[in-house]
Design a protein around this ligand. Structure first.
Ligand code: BEZ
Length: 326
């Protein structure tokens, strides 16, 4: 009788252990608008592998690239309701909700992706993440980066005047809209997915993009001149649903935050190489490259600054910090 009870209790313990393991294992759904081949998606997948290994299988990640879950605006709503667990999202979309994030797009705030890494891990940018739970219903776990912004144009572009009156594709958000309107361009907001066709059919004359997109979206097939201005950085932020976060214990929060930050931060190193490689590819494809420095844009940069110091007062602080970044 005693043996029977001991065996039953052992069996019960095993069953309880197995079920508790199943109950706590969670596959986190992570959305992105960039394609599967993009460095952000590759980083998210590597993050999933590390999270799975370090959590003993309790957490895994399934990525949904190419806007499968909708636009970034839509994904942000899903994060708020808890329908989506995580996203690697442009801070452009966050700027649409919290204008202070527009400060990150100040022209020539940094000169390259390595400097962007230092600034985004600095006091001001990290402090901005603290606004996210209250103002957007999400928790910001860290920043990464895409390539510096430039233009691929289907017209000879050798001065700011040549951009005046041109239809320029922009990411749909205010800082870049202002930047192109100040240059006299007809800024045309458009998601990434529509850019190739728009350039091909003449809906736009040029595109605000980065070196990776010019190559991977094959924009170079439709544009003759690349203005290598590196005029803005383009951060990505790792987000987790505020609802999900509130249900996690401290240990799991710390692990997810650490692993997310590690993989987003790797992008700062990777993009130095990605930009160099993609430039070589694009030049090899016969595109003319025009190097542009801040002077290229004339007064428009000061005008942009004046507008955004009002819209995003944190810009003053960010500029001060950026001045010390080498
Ligand atoms: C863009 O809208 O240009 C963009 C979006 C996501 C990643 C990189 C660029």
């Amino acid at each position: 009788m005693k043996l029977k009870i001991t065996m039953m209790s052992a069996l019960f313990t095993v069953v309880a252990f197995v079920f508790s393991g199943v109950a706590s294992a969670k596959d986190l759904r992570l959305g992105l608008i960039v394609p599967g081949s993009h460095a952000w998606t590759v980083a998210a997948a590597a993050m999933g592998d590390e999270l799975k290994a370090r959590s003993g299988g309790n957490y895994s990640i399934t990525t949904f690239p190419s806007g499968q879950l909708g636009s970034e605006a839509r994904m942000l709503q899903q994060l708020q309701t808890g329908a989506l667990d995580m996203a690697f999202m442009t801070t452009a979309e966050i700027t649409n909700r919290i204008p202070d994030f527009g400060a990150l797009y100040a022209p020539y705030l940094v000169r390259n992706v390595a400097q962007a890494g230092k600034l985004l891990n600095g006091r001001v940018a990290q402090g901005m993440l603290e606004k996210l739970p209250a103002e957007a219903g999400v928790v910001g776990l860290g920043y990464g980066i895409a390539g510096m912004r430039l233009m691929l144009n289907a017209f000879p572009a050798d001065s700011a005047e040549s951009i005046n009156g041109r239809k320029m594709r922009i990411t749909p958000f205010a800082p870049v809209l202002d930047f192109y309107q100040l240059l006299g361009a007809a800024a045309t907001p458009m998601p990434l997915t529509d850019v190739y066709d728009a350039l091909a059919n003449g809906q736009v004359d040029g595109v605000d993009a980065d070196m990776e997109l010019v190559w991977k979206l094959k924009l170079y097939e439709r544009g003759s001149t690349l203005v290598r201005s590196n005029h803005m950085m383009f951060p990505v932020v790792g987000l987790i649903s505020g609802r999900l976060w509130s249900q996690l214990n401290e240990e799991d929060r710390a692990l997810i935050a650490e692993v997310t930050k590690i993989h987003l931060n790797k992008l700062f190193e990777q993009y130095t190489d990605i930009e160099a490689q993609m430039l070589e590819n694009v030049q090899g494809a016969g595109v003319k490259v025009v190097q542009a420095e801040p002077e290229f844009f004339g007064d428009s940069l000061d005008q942009w600054e004046a507008i955004w110091l009002k819209k995003a007062p944190v810009l003053a602080d960010l500029r001060r910090e950026a001045a010390g970044v080498q």
